[in-house]
Design a protein around this ligand. Structure first.
Ligand code: ZN
Length: 313
């Protein structure tokens, strides 16, 4: 078994309106909704999971759509940009697609020798589509509008904005097994060699930037992937030995999780592959039913009435 951190597992962000979030990620970006459940700590709020067909680790973007929540602010102590890997020569197509859908985009540019297109979701969450130097071998979820030639393959990487990068860099290199791959200006690229994809964490050092504020359009936490419980518990010991606090293992129904705040202020999670999203729905039906954790199944009627209506296309 691989004892390393296996790149990114999932990223969790905050949205306002559930329908708008669903429409953007499934229709415009062409992701599959692989699970529709509720926030386990607040079952009047949805928890949406988007990914590839199986919801493979390294492809999963999740949202808490809090109806009516105001916009947050990207800043220090946060994950500030989500990078998706896309096929070569697809950026023009995407730019055209975004223009037609009224999505706000930045100018295409290049970083570490890779072309990328920045854009924001309807809540202002910052994302980029990136053409990786090494072609991405992962299979894509395709829709009638987003075909194999342009479909996202999963995460390329995540950017964290920090006042100073040192302490966070040490967690990445000394505990997680990442190495510094390069630097461009104030952006430091770290990569793990344990996996080919979803292997990148960029640290952006911005000493004068304001602290971020978590609300709509910002990321809540970044989850890293481990092979199994044993490896997860080894990482728990390593984090504790650095004098940091970390939660006990928590059952998230689709994976098991540990949470800790890294020294730069970003909430990190360490999550297992198992049991995965087919634990309570067959592969062909992922995301089509409202799934509730067992503590809420007796209150299903009340919970369904309290949740906003979601029109699924
Ligand atoms: Zn999480």
């Amino acid at each position: 078994m691989n004892d390393s951190i296996l790149g990114l597992h999932h990223i969790t962000a905050i949205a306002n309106n559930a329908q708008r979030n669903y429409d953007f990620y499934t229709q415009v970006l062409g992701l599959r909704m692989v699970k529709k459940t509720v926030n386990f700590d607040d079952p009047t709020t949805y928890h949406f999971y988007y990914g590839n067909e199986q919801g493979s680790p390294g492809t999963i973007l999740t949202f808490f759509p809090w109806e009516g929540i105001g916009p947050g602010r990207n800043g220090v102590g946060m994950a500030t940009e989500i990078g998706y890997s896309v096929p070569a020569d697809s950026l023009e197509n995407w730019a055209e697609r975004f223009r037609a859908a009224g999505v706000s985009t930045g100018e295409p540019a290049e970083r570490f020798g890779e072309r990328y297109l920045p854009f924001t979701d309807p809540d202002g969450l910052a994302l980029t589509l990136i053409v990786p130097q090494q072609p991405d071998s992962r299979s894509a979820w395709v829709t009638s509008a987003v075909g194999q030639d342009i479909a996202t393959r999963g995460f390329h990487g995540i950017t964290l904005t920090l006042q100073k990068i040192d302490a966070t860099a040490t967690i990445l290199t000394d505990i997680f097994g990442y190495r510094l791959q390069g630097q461009e200006g104030n952006r430091y690229r770290f990569r793990t060699d344990s996996v080919a994809e979803a292997a990148i964490v960029d640290l952006l050092e911005e000493p004068d930037r304001q602290l971020g504020r978590n609300a709509a359009g910002t990321n809540h936490h970044v989850a890293f992937r481990v092979a199994d419980d044993r490896v997860q518990m080894e990482f728990r010991e390593k984090i504790l030995s650095r004098g940091l606090q970390i939660t006990p293992q928590i059952d998230r129904d689709y994976f098991f999780s540990l949470y800790f705040r890294e020294p730069g202020g970003v909430l990190f999670e360490i999550a297992t592959d198992h049991p995965g999203f087919t634990v309570d729905e067959p592969l062909a039906e992922l995301g089509t039913h409202l799934k509730l954790p067992k503590q809420y199944t007796a209150s299903r009627d009340r919970i369904e009435k309290a949740l906003p209506v979601l029109r699924v296309r």
